[in-house]
Design a protein around this ligand. Structure first.
Ligand code: PLP
Length: 409
């Protein structure tokens, strides 16, 4: 058989999706699976999206402009103007989700062997995107005890080498739920200016900010016009993950020109998705109020129920819809699989994403899981009850196994 590439061979499997076969098997056995592993919101996509697609007067689903339809780019620029950023349609390029935006951004800023500093735990697919272009993710470890706050500038500077090209942050954070304060963004600005690096900010969860926390974009940092790059998406903002519409936003026109060449190579972003997205960007800003309130209530419920489980640690979570949770087990890869393969409570089990896949440093995150609170409050309550029972049963099973192993035969 011909050899597959080394690059493909070493690409890690997504911790978010790798347990899917076990969840499928559980469902086939008749067990209900609470999906807390994936950031698929259950909120309905706004009607305006469906109306735009149903009422379209189109005879051919044609390719669009490689940078995206001008109407959508103008709509996105207007959205940025509304939240206080001087962005023009030329500063926006529409992509097939934030996923493609990230691939383009990394492809246009990193050469093979170049390094990008990413605070860990991070959105696991960053490793895949960097791996596709043979670039190296250099992790900067943040800790659950500090609610995953970024360390001081010195910690960054120690990681900077002649191969460093960029720093990538996710704000609000997936998987940490952190929202970076202005001081942190300014610290990052000073570092990237001093070392002439790009500052890439994944802001797909921008509106998911609770407790009065205000999300601030790197686009608002003065002096970073050539350095700041934002990746954005309608997936979470408008609960439209399957429309596959994202965007790159940067005022650096040289970089935008390079990204446009990549966009031309893949021809165009999804046509029908763009139609729906253009309608979504016309929704009033109040659209998000009830959604933020719902997620905030889910977050409260999740944290309260998790903290009631003995041995579980959850940090402060102010944004996005995830929490990294420390469990009283040694290996969450094994535990999450066991939950799907061997456990059920009241006919159900819980699927979570094992924590190690969100770290690049070997050995970290082994007793953590990422939980996505994308279920309604009743289901979330039941899922937490199921998880609590699962932990007790798992600990019992482990201690029986250890006891048996220690018995003289
Ligand atoms: N960035 C982050 C932090 C995400 O959580 C996700 C999806 O979960 C993406 C990017 C990819 O988003 P999209 O659906 O727009 O490709």
């Amino acid at each position: 058989m011909p050899q597959i590439s080394h690059r493909a061979e070493i690409l890690p499997a997504s911790p978010i999706r790798k347990l899917v076969p076990y969840a499928d098997a559980a469902r086939q056995r008749g067990t209900h699976v609470y999906h807390l592993n994936i950031g698929q919101p259950d909120i309905e996509t706004p009607q305006t999206f469906w109306d735009a697609i149903r009422n379209v007067d189109m005879k051919v689903v044609a390719y669009s402009h490689s940078a995206g339809n001008l109407g959508l780019r103008k709509g996105i620029a207007k959205y940025y103007n509304r939240i206080g950023h001087d962005i023009a349609s030329d500063d926006v390029l529409v992509t097939t989700g934030a996923s493609e935006a990230l691939q383009f951004i990394l492809g246009a800023t990193l050469n093979p062997g170049d390094e990008i500093i990413v605070p860990e735990p991070f959105y696991a697919n960053y490793l895949g995107f960097a791996g596709l272009i043979d670039a190296k993710v250099v992790p900067l470890t943040t800790r659950i005890e500090d609610s995953f706050a970024l360390p001081d500038a010195e910690a960054f500077k120690q990681l900077i080498t002649p191969r460093t090209r960029a720093i990538l942050i996710c704000n609000p954070g997936n998987p940490t739920g952190i929202i970076y304060p202005q001081e942190t963004l300014e610290l990052l600005r000073d570092i990237v200016l001093e070392h002439d690096l790009f500052l890439i900010s994944d802001e797909v969860y921008r509106e998911f900010a609770y407790d009065g926390y205000v999300h601030r974009s790197v686009l608002g940092l003065e002096g970073l016009e050539d350095h700041a790059i934002v990746t954005d998406s309608i997936s979470k903002r408008f609960s439209a993950c399957g429309a596959r519409i994202g965007a790159v936003i940067t005022r650096n026109q040289t970089l935008m020109g390079a990204i446009l060449k990549m966009a031309q190579a893949r021809l165009s972003p999804p046509g029908l998705g763009q139609l729906g997205a253009e309608a979504l960007y016309q929704l009033p800003p109040t659209y998000f109020d009830s959604i933020a309130a719902e997620y905030s209530a889910r977050r409260d419920l999740l944290l309260e129920r998790l903290r009631a489980i003995p041995g579980v640690t959850v940090p402060r979570v102010n944004g996005a819809f995830y929490a990294m949770v420390q469990l009283p087990v040694d290996d969450t890869d094994e535990f999450c699989r066991w939950m799907l393969e061997s456990f059920s409570y009241k006919g159900a089990t819980v699927m979570m994403a094992p924590g190690a896949g969100f770290y690049a440093t070997p050995g970290l995150g082994k007793n953590e899981v990422r939980v996505a609170y994308v279920l309604n409050q009743q289901d979330l309550y039941e899922a937490m009850e199921c998880l609590g029972e699962g932990i007790i049963a798992y600990q019992k099973m482990k201690s029986l196994a250890q006891h048996a192993a220690g018995q003289p035969t």
